[in-house]
Write a protein that binds this ligand. Structure first.
Ligand SMILES: Cc1cc2nc3c(=O)[nH]c(=O)nc-3n(C[C@H](O)[C@H](O)[C@H](O)COP(=O)(O)O)c2cc1C
Length: 204
């Protein structure tokens, strides 16, 4: 079975996870923002796909959105696993909105949490990121960290048939309890628009 890791990352958290999975599994690895993906990736070369991307303002990172739009249906004929990255407590609703039936069809889908990285993040994103970090400090809470235990388990699941391995936040298991999208607040909707506009600017 030939495996591949496909990820997108803006500030490096997802990249760090993808690199860890690559080192563990020896799968090939593509950054969706990298030219190598455009030039060297051929969907039909692989039987097992590992997908990972972060959320911002509840929106899935744009390159992964594009990937799912192009290959989502074809993935259903393959084997695949998904890792989600973010700091939201409402991980399932976010993931379900973009990965939809892929969560059901995946071998397993895990939420690995995220980090708040301030260094090198400029403009509006930088201001929002600093504000988020300040709020953690104000609430006397430590900044979020990648769930390294689940990351390790994710890698073990990829390389063994051990069904006894269970995750802290197993999105497939959460699906069983899910009763529908929670309503978006006005604030979130505004943030989404700002973030989308900024991403569009980035790509011009
Ligand atoms: C401006 C901003 C908005 C964010 N919005 C969300 C969000 O809506 N949901 C979520 O789960 N995480 C959110 N996060 C957390 C990111 O997903 C987290 O920082 C992640 O580690 C980023 O991944 P990357 O380093 O691979 O780009 C947000 C972070 C920032 C800086």
């Amino acid at each position: 079975m030939k495996g591949v890791i496909i990820y997108s990352s803006k500030t490096g958290t997802t990249k760090e996870c993808a690199q860890y999975i690559k080192d563990f599994t020896n799968y090939e690895c593509f950054d969706l923002r990298d030219k190598a993906f455009k030039n060297q990736f051929h969907f039909s070369d692989y039987d097992f796909f590992v997908l990972g991307a972060p959320f911002r303002a509840t929106i899935l990172d744009k390159p992964m959105k594009k990937f799912l739009k192009k290959y989502g249906n074809y993935l259903l004929d393959k084997k695949f696993a998904i890792f989600g990255i973010g700091i939201s407590n409402n991980a399932y609703a976010q993931m379900n909105k973009y990965y939809d039936n892929l969560i059901d069809e995946s071998e397993f889908t895990v939420w690995l949490n995220g980090k708040i990285i301030i260094e090198g993040v400029k403009g509006l994103s930088g201001s929002i990121t600093r504000a988020i970090a300040a709020q953690y400090q104000k609430d006397n809470k430590p900044l979020p960290e990648i769930n390294k235990v689940d990351l390790e388990k994710f890698c073990q699941k990829l390389t063994t048939e051990n069904n006894d391995i269970t995750f802290d936040i197993d999105l497939k298991a959460l699906k069983l309890k899910y009763t529908g999208d929670e309503e978006e607040t006005e604030e979130e909707t505004e943030e989404e628009t700002e973030e989308e506009t900024e991403e569009d600017d980035d790509n011009e």
